[in-house]
Ligand binder design. Structure first.
Ligand SMILES: Nc1ncnc2c1ncn2[C@@H]1O[C@H](COP(=O)(O)OP(=O)(O)OP(=O)(O)O)[C@@H](O)[C@H]1O
Ligand SMILES: [Mg+2]
Length: 615
């Protein structure tokens, strides 16, 4: 007896709808993504009944001819993917050819579309995904899709929808995410005639889009952030620590224009801000992470909300670097802040340098994909002993193991932040400053070495504080500080109760009446630090009352101190003598403790090798 039968297309679409279409918000997302893929410059979303009763998405994109308008309702019909290989280079929002048939199978659906310049348009209407009625319709540029009575034919799903206002909130949030990702497209949304979102295209100043999403009060607090590295660029806007939310609703991350909610990315942003924000406050950050499509898998989640990076750590480090630079420059302080920071008076120069570096890196990467050269790496991608090559940061474009395709980002940075050989730093020849911040040096064998002074200082301080902790003689002779500060009760209490732990770190505090605390001494290197933010950060790192003082807590205290010591010192370019001293210290520094704040001390680029290859 035959037990197996092939499922009908209608049933298959309904099953697929279970994954793709969860609620009205998912319909909004899928339809707007199609409008974006169609090259629209303005997109409207009009809702009724929280989106359950009606969703209309209208665009002015390239539209569809009769054939495509009919075919797009069939499963796995897509204009965006042709071969398996395309799946690894996805630059459109859609690629599965699943959304339209899935939505149509669980709603009353109609589509009105025409290609630019067509004499006649097409209207296709169907209910529950069956018996499409195809008619002529007036020509209009672009496409209008109307979805009514979502899940009318799947009562079990309809029952699970929330109240109209909850569904509406989700749908509105879907519009906001798409709008934030695409500031060059105008977005307008209404619900039963009331405006939900309205923002004309604003490619010149994406802060307007963020203000439309998060409220106009955000605008003056937003500052650009940028970090471009081989294979990854991080750009966007981050608010000063003065503008925060009590929850994470101001945190948005986009990977290749796709909104993602990834705990690793959000955690990295929160860590960058951790020394700046009061407990319970969350930063406001809108970040665009762009990576080579080959270095990210977007096909790991039915709604494409999660992605998998081939080098998640490299991406997180780029995010940390971008945010740390902005926070350290403190552009919200106006005059007196680091002039090379994003809000400083040399933004054009800074951008110019950033682009120059990016172009250089891109060319270097491209140069490496040419004819295979005699390799200096073994098959596992490790440098052969004695061979010149990258050590700390950007590797040589030479040794990518894979032949015939560009390396995925993770493969491109195998030796990130490994310890350099003895005497490496002292042998560097300083050549000048890049972007008012990075020190460019000539390294062994004609390599270009880029040193981040902030990261370098942080690394050397971390080493000296950790060594002092291990030293039986106790902390080195402290520097006198001598200041009194008033704190919120919890902070003052934590500091006074944690005096013993602080003393182990070389920080001497005393109660000074009420919630005032006197800071008497700090370890060397912290003399110029911001006492308030240092003590607040240390208070957060201290163990709760009664808990044992363990090495993890002390190490966290050391990390906080190293960060504060470097923050102050790293804000102004180093003099030649300071740079020499720092290079000497770096040779003595320990590179084994985990990378602080994910920053990279030096990047190395074998310039001569590049020139030889570029000939
Ligand atoms: N607004 C639109 N303008 C122009 N073409 C559209 C529009 N919406 C859909 N299409 C066409 O219909 C096809 C099917 O859309 P559908 O959303 O089902 O699949 P997809 O976008 O290719 O992939 P995915 O299922 O991942 O979204 C698209 O590939 C596109 O060619
Ligand atoms: Mg689609």
């Amino acid at each position: 007896m035959a037990r197996i039968a092939r499922l009908s297309d209608v049933l298959i679409n309904k099953i697929a709808a279970g994954e793709v279409v969860e609620r009205p918000a998912s319909v909004v997302k899928e339809l707007v993504e199609n409008s974006l893929d169609a090259g629209s410059s303005t997109i409207r979303v009009d809702l009724a009944g929280g989106g359950v009763d009606r969703i209309i998405v209208s665009d002015d994109g390239h539209g569809m001819g009769r054939h495509d308008a009919t075919l797009c309702l069939e499963r796995h019909a897509t204009s965006k993917l042709r071969e398996l290989d395309d799946l690894f280079h996805i630059d459109s929002m859609g690629f599965r050819g699943e959304a339209v048939p899935a939505i149509a199978s669980v709603s009353r659906f109609s589509l009105h579309t025409a290609e630019v310049g067509a004499d006649v348009g097409t209207r296709v209407s169907l209910e529950g995904g069956v018996d499409p009625l195809i008619e002529d319709a007036p020509p209009r540029t672009g496409t209008v899709i109307t979805v009514e009575d979502l899940f009318f034919n799947v009562p079990a799903r309809r029952k699970f929808l929330r109240r109209g206002d909850t569904e509406l909130k989700h749908a509105e949030e879907a519009v906001v995410r798409l709008a934030l990702a695409n500031p060059e497209v105008g977005f307008f949304a209404t619900h039963e005639g009331n405006e939900l979102f309205s923002s004309a295209a604003c490619p010149e100043d994406p802060r307007e889009r963020i203000a439309a999403a998060l409220g106009p009060a955000a605008h003056p607090h937003l500052f650009p952030v940028e970090e471009r590295r081989l294979g990854v660029s991080v750009t966007g806007y981050a608010a000063s620590p003065e503008f925060t939310f009590p929850n994470a609703r101001g945190l948005y991350t986009f990977v290749n224009r796709r909104y993602v909610r990834d705990r690793g990315l959000i955690g990295t942003i929160q860590r960058a801000y951790q020394d700046f924000l009061a407990a319970g406050r969350q930063p406001v950050v809108v970040l665009h992470i762009d990576v080579d499509p080959i270095a990210v898998d977007v096909n790991v989640h039915p709604q494409k909300l999660e992605v998998r990076f081939s080098d998640a750590r490299g991406v997180q480090e780029a995010i940390s670097a971008a945010l740390n630079r902005m926070l350290r420059a403190a552009p919200w302080l106006g005059a007196g802040a680091d002039p090379n920071g994003p809000g400083g008076n040399q933004p054009r120069d800074a951008a110019h340098y950033a682009h120059a570096v990016e172009r250089f890196l891109t060319r270097a990467q491209e140069a490496s994909w040419g004819a295979p050269l005699p390799t200096t790496m073994d098959s596992a991608g490790s440098p052969l002993s004695g061979a010149p090559g990258p050590m700390v940061g950007i590797p040589s474009p030479l040794p990518f193991g894979a032949v015939g395709r560009p390396p995925a980002f993770g493969e491109a940075q195998p030796q990130l932040n490994e310890a350099p050989p003895p005497g490496y730093f002292a042998a560097l020849r300083p050549m000048g400053l890049l972007g008012g911040r990075f020190h460019l040096c000539e390294g062994p064998g004609g390599t270009l070495v880029v040193l981040d002074p902030h990261a370098a200082l942080e690394r050397t301080r971390l080493t000296s504080y950790l060594r002092a902790l291990d030293d039986a003689k106790g902390p080195p002779a402290p520097s006198l500080f001598g200041t009194t500060l008033e704190f919120p009760v919890q902070v003052a209490k934590a500091l006074v109760e944690g005096r013993e732990a602080l003393a182990r770190l070389g920080v001497d505090v005393e109660p000074f009446g009420g919630t005032t605390v006197a800071l008497k001494t700090v370890p060397p290197g912290l003399e110029g630090a911001d006492a308030r933010s240092l003590l607040e950060a240390l208070a957060r790192a201290l163990p709760p009352k009664g808990a044992a003082l363990d090495s993890v807590t002390l190490a966290e205290g050391v990390r906080v101190m190293a960060c504060h010591a470097a923050r102050k010192a790293g804000a102004v370019p180093l003099t030649d003598a300071q740079l020499r001293a720092l290079l000497g210290e770096l040779d003595r520094a320990d590179f084994h403790p985990p990378c602080i704040h994910g920053t990279v001390v030096v990047l190395e680029m074998p310039l001569l090798e590049l020139e030889r290859r570029a000939r």
